[in-house]
Design a binder for this molecule. Structure first.
Ligand code: FAD
Length: 393
């Protein structure tokens, strides 16, 4: 098997790399200068990437894409991670909702929502989780009653990332309370400026207000904002969830974290010896490197499946499960290497590695939960992939 890029793909990689080398330092300097808000800066960065032709490369041209093969997007994502470029503010929409709309959306919905999503003109949030409906998502209770040409929505969502400044939400609502729980759900696109919506930010342990509670009080949503069929939202929702767990960039992201850990192990000393030379850490570093490489190969296999349009299985969940747990494990090792000063955060004088690792630990815990916890990924892989029996409830 030849895992090398074709000459034209390699040339494309060099082109992306050169673009990033030219543009990234300038935009990062602009961010540090702080003349525009973080959100405005993130929108601008996304627009730059889009205008350079590096977003949604495989989407149809009619909706803002370029109809290129998925390999191109893979190369771009790889280069972005390699350059440690910041993520785009519309990533959740582009990676999760976008492909779902391409599959289940009406022509009108695709034309209306996809191009502004790419240009960061409309920011989306995901309204799935509720108090009492996280892992057991199908227990959700936010109610939407169809009244003529619109739905009336009442209820509450929680942990809704970006809802503080989002323009729209893709949400799961219960449209038939009498039906079995997976069958009475619908998938709605909701304008966050609608009367009756209240957003109450929650403070995370990082100090950020990245997610919020969202309350709906008689919120009117036009019927044409229904994606897929009425009461068939579970099928649509699972398509979005699949996209959420199929983290194509996870392998390269993990490699970057690994490289940073390696750097730390070279620089930190104990008893006059660099930690990279000490068997305890050395052994762990080797284990991490093996997993990073296995993930890279696994991703190439998934990419091949996508290119050949093979049916999707649970293989992609491995990305989410292993990727998030590996980052967390590497981060814990980094903190161990840093010793007593490890908890110091960015901005504190003695913080090793500019306080990167303790922040990464807090963010990393969230990554093992958001989009479905590690335990849930293991259940799905065991039951659907390995055909193991379901355990007692
Ligand atoms: C950073 C972050 C961002 C998020 N962003 C969003 C967002 O934008 N939109 C959104 O809708 N949601 C979002 N979430 C919510 C996320 O999807 C839920 O937190 C997640 O699905 C878990 O649900 P829960 O918090 O209710 O935990 P619970 O479901 O109550 O789980 C509690 C614990 O029990 C375990 N558990 C539960 N059921 C089982 C089982 N059957 N087998 C084994 N173990 C089980 C879980 O693994 C977990 O350890 C976000 C979460 C985080 C951390």
């Amino acid at each position: 098997m030849d895992l090398n890029l074709l000459p034209e793909e390699e040339a494309y990689r060099q082109q992306v790399r050169a673009w990033l080398a030219h543009n990234l330092p300038k935009v990062m300097a602009e961010r540090r200068a702080g003349k525009i808000s973080g959100i405005e800066w993130s929108k601008k960065w996304q627009r730059m990437l889009y205008e350079a032709g590096y977003l949604a490369l495989a989407w149809p041209k009619a909706y803002g894409g370029q109809e290129l093969d998925p390999m191109r997007q893979f190369i771009v994502n790889d280069e972005l991670a390699r350059a440690r470029a910041p993520g785009v503010i519309g990533a959740q929409a582009i990676n999760l909702l976008g492909p779902t709309l391409l599959t289940f959306g009406t022509e009108e919905q695709k034309r209306r929502y996809l191009p502004p999503m790419l240009r960061a003109e409309e920011i989306w949030c995901q309204g799935y989780s509720e108090p009492g409906a996280g892992s057991d998502l199908a227990s959700l209770r936010t109610r939407a009653e169809l009244k003529g040409d619109h739905f009336v929505v009442n209820g509450q969502k929680v942990w809704t990332s970006r809802s503080r400044y989002a323009d729209r939400m893709f949400a799961l609502v219960r449209t038939d309370p009498a039906a079995p729980k997976h069958r009475g759900i619908s998938y709605l696109l909701i304008d966050m400026k609608s009367p009756g919506i209240t957003v109450r930010p929650l403070v995370q342990m990082t100090g950020d207000r990245g997610f919020s509670e969202v309350f709906f009080d008689n919120v009117r949503v036009p019927r044409e904002n229904l994606v897929g069929e009425l009461n068939d939202g579970w099928r649509v929702a699972n398509d979005t969830l699949y996209n959420e767990r199929n983290l194509g960039g996870a392998a390269e992201g993990n490699k970057q974290v690994f490289n940073r850990l390696l750097e730390l192990a070279r620089n930190m000393k104990r008893g006059g010896t660099a930690l990279i030379k000490q068997p305890l850490f050395r052994q762990r570093l080797v284990d991490y490197q093996i997993t990073v490489e296995a993930m890279r190969l696994h991703n190439l296999r998934l990419l091949t499946d996508t290119i050949h349009k093979r049916p999707r299985g649970v293989e992609s969940l491995v990305n989410k499960l292993v990727g998030s747990e590996l980052t967390y494990e590497m981060t814990k090792t980094a903190l161990e290497m840093e010793g007593n000063y490890a908890p110091l955060l960015k901005g504190e004088e003695r913080a090793p590695d500019r306080g990167y690792w303790p922040m990464n630990l807090m963010v990393g815990m969230g990554l093992m939960i958001g989009g479905g916890t590690s335990q849930i990924q293991k259940n799905i892989i065991a039951q659907r992939g390995l055909k193991m029996p379901k355990g007692p409830d």
